[in-house]
Design a binder for this molecule. Structure first.
Ligand SMILES: [Ca+2]
Length: 475
């Protein structure tokens, strides 16, 4: 195939793809991304169904700057816009890259009412169709397609990542799945469970000003369990702190918890549970996450992502009241409504492994949006189902003290793409991955992130802020 100019891609005709823009962008000329090199920008619309309206962009480095590979960027929340931020990062590393709005505009779920095909586009079809179109665009521009294709995303992007591995195992050669919302429907129940704990009854409300008090009590009880008093729980599953320890003795005040607040805090840590069968619907939040409880427990309403899901997708009633959600029949109804369109929980990754695919998943232990134990559950079921090849193809990194996708008191900055490149391109499987924590732009702690189920252990000498003084081993 002959390479083509950027502008000539305007006439590119590949299945279902209508190009609306193909133009060279000069170095530093795209929006506020002043560090970007020059590239060819292609925008297009894909219509795999008559109701579909999937916007995509494909960014192509200058031929001399291209590393020969493709990296797609995932979305957050309900998507509805392109992820220029992650596209820019991919382009800066020499990748051809793409992103999609997943088939609707704006970050609300109201698009889904009366548009079942658009829900499918959001659920899984848009990423797959974007991937096919991007590969064709790359081939047209350079004269040959990418030698390797990667996908990276966090949150909804993590769900998209696992969805691709499960449904379209040959789309990508390497996948990075961060804090995935892959167990979508059950996660939404978990989020409403927390909202009901503190928001159903004003007397149960925990003032965000009280979060630090609860957090300090958790640290006093559990910080040293991992051998290092550093304000971070290496493995929060070992911590069994009971909020009853903070119960007011006598007069209620902001520095203690009333009986109803104690119950609310206990419920936040407890898995969402079917009251009839006692079956777990979704894991609870972890001890150590208290400083960021506001997202799910701070009110006045539940997190919009979950509120929208039940209003516009499950019950199709914009006036739906989160206090009415039950954790028995409504779970069955919602899972049927989902039908695997939104949830990506198939544990059989053998087709992806057989394709040569490598996958790195990560999740912060103080995630305030997606309960982190869900990642552990998926990893364990996938390992049990996919057999011994799993260890050669799929690794999970739990990040102590990291919030949702980023931030937190633990080391939360790391380079998973380099680890994936080493693994897929050089056969060097990742072991410990270096992570750092910064305050005001200055690195003040480094630590290894360990492949689950290993955790990092202090060797007993030297600074506890230096990764070199820790090693990964069995818990
Ligand atoms: Ca600790």
């Amino acid at each position: 195939m002959l390479a083509r100019t950027c502008e000539s891609l305007a006439s590119l005709r590949v299945s279902g793809m209508a190009v609306s823009l193909a133009q060279n962008v000069g170095a530093g000329q795209f929006q506020s991304f002043s560090d970007l090199p020059s590239f060819c920008r292609v925008a297009a619309t894909l219509r795999p169904t008559s109701d579909s309206e999937i916007k995509i962009e494909v960014w192509l480095p200058e031929p001399s700057a291209w590393n020969g590979k493709y990296e797609a960027a995932g979305n957050g929340g309900w998507a509805g816009s392109l992820n220029y931020h992650d596209m820019a990062a991919a382009l800066a590393r020499g990748y051809a890259t793409s992103s999609t709005d997943t088939g609707h505009t704006g970050g609300r779920a109201s698009f889904a009412i009366g548009h079942p095909e658009r829900l499918v586009d959001f659920g899984y079809r848009s990423i797959h169709e974007m991937t096919l179109a991007a590969k064709e665009t790359i081939a047209a521009f350079y004269g040959h397609g990418p030698k390797l294709s990667y996908f990276a995303g966090c949150s909804s992007g993590g769900r998209q990542a696992l969805m691709e591995a499960q449904r379209f195992p040959t789309d990508y050669d390497g996948i990075i799945a961060g804090a995935p919302t892959n167990n979508w429907t059950r996660l939404m129940f978990g989020r409403i469970w927390v909202a009901q704990a503190t928001l159903s009854d004003p007397a149960s409300y925990i003032d965000p000003a009280q979060y630090p008090m609860i957090h300090e009590a958790v640290l006093a009880a559990c910080d040293a369990l991992d051998g290092v008093k550093d304000g971070v729980l290496e493995d929060p599953t070992r911590c069994h702190f009971d909020p009853g320890a903070l119960a007011c003795k006598g007069q209620a005040s902001a520095s203690c918890l009333t009986p109803k607040q104690v119950e609310a805090a206990r419920r936040i840590y407890t898995p969402a549970t079917n009251p009839a069968t006692k079956e777990e619907v979704f894991p609870g939040m972890e001890r150590g996450s208290e400083l960021v409880w506001r997202t799910l427990a701070g009110g006045p309403r539940p997190i919009l992502l979950a509120d929208d899901y039940f209003r516009y997708v499950v019950f199709e009633d914009p006036k739906w009241d989160f206090k009415t959600l039950n954790f028995a029949g409504d779970v069955t109804k919602a899972l049927q409504r989902d039908g695997g369109v939104l949830s990506a929980t198939n544990p059989d990754l053998r087709p992806f492994f057989a394709h040569g695919g490598k996958m790195i998943q990560y999740h912060g232990w103080t995630d305030q949006q997606v309960m982190p134990r869900n990642s552990v559950h998926y990893y364990e079921t996938a390992t049990a189902t996919s057999g011994k090849e799993t260890g050669n193809s799929y690794r999970l990194y739990m990040a102590p003290g990291m919030n949702h996708c980023r931030g937190g008191d633990g080391p939360n900055t790391f380079d998973m793409l380099s680890a994936l490149e080493q693994w897929r391109e050089h056969g060097k499987a990742p072991d410990a991955i270096l992570a750092s924590h910064s305050t005001d732009g200055k690195v003040d702690r480094t630590r290894p992130l360990c492949p689950y189920p290993e955790v990092s252990h202090y060797k007993g000498a030297g600074s506890t802020n230096e990764a070199a003084n820790f090693s990964c081993s069995a818990p």
